[in-house]
Ligand binder design. Structure first.
Ligand code: TXA
Ligand code: MG
Length: 315
């Protein structure tokens, strides 16, 4: 009798394990996460801004996995997250006095500082740039994780181009079955990404974010420069369309037009804040809305970071 051999291929979908942080991880869970990261695994973790998809910064294979899972362009560099100032040594080469002043004032906190990179930092983390982005988050569980496993690279834990996740559920919406582990640390307090600042000799604002320009300018007693250098964006992330829901986003300054959008069944966003922006964009998508209309008022127009995200979402 003729034997017949064949192989059956199942679609590979991993199970994403969820560890609850309340507000810290249990020692056993921390050990499980630490050992996963040690072996080059990747995991979504909470921060005070948005959830991050984390991997050990010096493990190139794990970093490549972040780019693959997110579908992120390879020239868009990652932020290194640290849990202590000692972790800076392997990342940054001779930080400027400006860097130290800002780190001392705003860390832990949602300010990302860019400095010259140390020689051992992998190219894949910096998109081949000579600089590296670093921040120390203001989040007890993130700090708990980073102190044992940092530095960790962590871009926002969304699929590239989607709104950033501000809760474990939102991170799962994009990454369930694609990553082995997610730490649920509740809602992100700021709800919008960190401010990114080039901190070499003079301060340049590369991405407005959770810490307002005015706060940094007030502290430094100097104006922040703007990022365009002869039309070339200094931050690779700036050229990508970010933060976009599936629905079309309309920015509507006129109340009458807003009512027309409402009559036509658009999802209306009023009273928007940094804390609820991304959650609302995701909600509109879940409701299957094809249009989102944002009522612009003076308060919104004054909020540089929120307007930056809205403009990108509406492109
Ligand atoms: O709040 C945040 O910053 C969150 C949480 C998870 O910490 N992370 C985050 O990462 O927003 P990501 O990857 O979504 O955004 C990083 C931004 C990008 O715009 C990137 O281009 C910029 O930082 N960036 C990173 N390294 C840079 C560098 N060396 N020079 C200029 N821009 C850099
Ligand atoms: Mg992002």
């Amino acid at each position: 009798m003729q034997s017949c051999s064949f192989a059956v291929y199942y679609p590979v979908k991993m199970t994403t394990r969820i560890l609850k942080a309340d507000p810290l991880l249990d020692p056993k869970d921390l050990e499980e996460l630490g050992s996963l990261l040690d072996r080059g695994g990747i995991a979504a973790i909470p921060t005070e801004t948005v959830y991050g998809l984390s991997a050990p910064l010096f493990n190139e294979k794990a970093l490549a996995e972040i780019f693959r899972v997110k579908g992120r362009p390879s020239d868009n560099p990652l932020i290194a997250h640290i849990g202590s100032l000692e972790q800076l040594d392997r990342l940054v080469d001779e930080p400027s006095p400006l860097f130290y002043r800002l780190a001392e004032r705003f860390w832990p906190g949602p300010l990302t500082l860019i400095a010259r990179r140390a020689s051992g930092v992998p190219d894949i983390a910096t998109g081949g740039l000579t600089t590296v982005a670093v921040r120390m988050p203001l989040h007890v569980c993130a700090l708990q994780i980073l102190r044992v496993a940092g530095p960790l690279a962590a871009p926002s834990a969304n699929l590239s181009g989607r709104p950033s996740p501000t809760s474990a559920q939102d991170a799962l919406e994009d990454l369930d079955g694609k990553i082995p582990l997610l730490v649920d640390g509740g809602k992100s307090i700021f709800g919008i990404e960190s401010t990114v600042l080039l901190a070499l000799d003079e301060p340049v604002l590369l991405r407005p974010g959770a810490i307002a320009r005015e706060e940094i300018e007030g502290f430094l007693k100097t104006k922040l420069r703007d990022p365009l250098l002869r039309g070339v964006p200094l931050s690779p992330g700036m050229k990508y369309r970010h933060y976009a829901p599936k629905a079309k986003v309309h920015l509507v300054p006129d109340k009458e037009r807003l009512r027309e959008f409402e009559k036509r069944g658009a999802y209306i966003l009023s009273g928007l804040t940094s804390q609820n922006l991304y959650a609302e964009l995701r909600k509109a998508d879940r409701l299957g809305k094809s249009d989102i209309a944002v009522g612009l008022d003076e308060r919104l127009l004054q909020d540089e970071a929120l307007m930056n995200r809205l403009e990108k979402a509406s492109r």
